[in-house]
Unconditional design. Structure first.
Length: 81
């Protein structure tokens, strides 16, 4: 799977471009950039649609962040030893 930081940046780029396209729907250049980003997300996440790729990417990033975080209270559960 791709690096979490790459996916995180790609999600941010997708969201920003999505807002821009919604604000200026007739801007062909913006639409092409948005579609390129969506395609890249689809390829990296092995999904057929941009929406599925975005959901998969957000889930992947969330899982990776949670698995890297220390468990709160872990020392207390073992008596602090």
């Amino acid at each position: 799977m791709p690096d979490v930081s790459v996916i995180t940046r790609l999600i941010a780029r997708y969201r920003a471009q999505e807002h821009f396209v919604l604000a200026a729907p007739h801007d062909d250049s913006a639409r092409r950039r948005f579609e390129d980003t969506a395609y890249t997300l689809c390829v990296l996440m092995c999904e057929r649609t941009a929406r599925d790729a975005l959901l998969a990417a957000e889930t992947y990033v969330g899982r990776r962040i949670r698995s890297a975080a220390p468990v709160v209270g872990e020392g207390a559960a073992s008596g602090g030893r």
